[in-house]
Design a protein around this ligand. Structure first.
Ligand code: FMN
Length: 191
């Protein structure tokens, strides 16, 4: 089976690990196209500033939301980028997945390129979600209700989070699952 995936990146501290995740996915034979939220750029840029060589890698695989905007207004058939993307993809991975984006996915919001693409994924394709957030965000009662709703639906596969020392120094649940565990789970579910 081909392993084309859309990687949706959101605004979480765990975004600083994104290049390691991409490398590991590619080593495992996944073809990756990236969608970023605006909030994720704060974190992506902090990595790019330290590792400028990664810029080329990033541009090579980034599907731009801006191009979607022009494509959406084209009269030509087949120019609607999020639809083309979901046709190309075998699955989607949202990692790290912020509380904000997860909550939007659960309520079928489509207010940016990432959530629009997630909403357009057909039910026979899986959406893997690797949450990463502060322990209090994870344990917020409204957010937990959203997670319960998400887990009821077959097409959404939640990976983690795990317990440990969080970026903010707090101890508890909320750390993104290890890259190894994310890739292993995807390999298992997509074989
Ligand atoms: C320094 C900093 C770190 C943050 N880390 C996280 C995080 O790990 N998880 C999370 O859910 N939100 C985190 N946030 C909040 C999100 O960035 C914020 O909710 C944003 O609106 C998410 O947008 P997105 O879901 O469109 O990417 C953080 C914010 C800042 C300023």
């Amino acid at each position: 089976m081909s392993k084309n995936i859309i990687l949706g990146i959101t605004g979480s501290v765990a975004t600083v690990m994104i290049f390691k995740l991409i490398d590991e996915l590619e080593k495992n034979g996944f073809q990756v196209k990236i969608i970023t939220t605006k909030a994720s750029w704060l974190f992506v840029l902090s990595v790019l500033a330290r590792k400028p060589g990664k810029i080329f890698k990033f541009l090579e695989i980034w599907e731009s939301g801006l191009l979607e905007f022009t494509g959406a207004f084209s009269k030509e058939k087949g120019k609607v980028r999020h639809i083309n993307l979901v046709k190309w993809a075998d699955a989607m991975l949202i990692a790290p997945a912020s509380a904000n984006t997860i909550s939007k996915v659960v309520h079928a919001f489509a207010d940016n390129f990432l959530t629009t693409t997630a909403l357009a994924m057909p039910a026979n394709k899986k959406i893997f979600i690797a949450p990463a957030m502060n322990v209090n965000m994870w344990q917020n009662p409204f957010f937990l209700k959203n997670m319960e709703e998400l887990k009821k639906e077959q097409m959404y596969k939640v990976i983690g989070p795990v317990t440990g020392t969080l970026q903010c120094g707090d101890e508890g649940i909320g750390k993104m699952a290890s890259i190894k565990d994310i890739v292993e789970r995807m390999n298992n579910e997509m074989s």
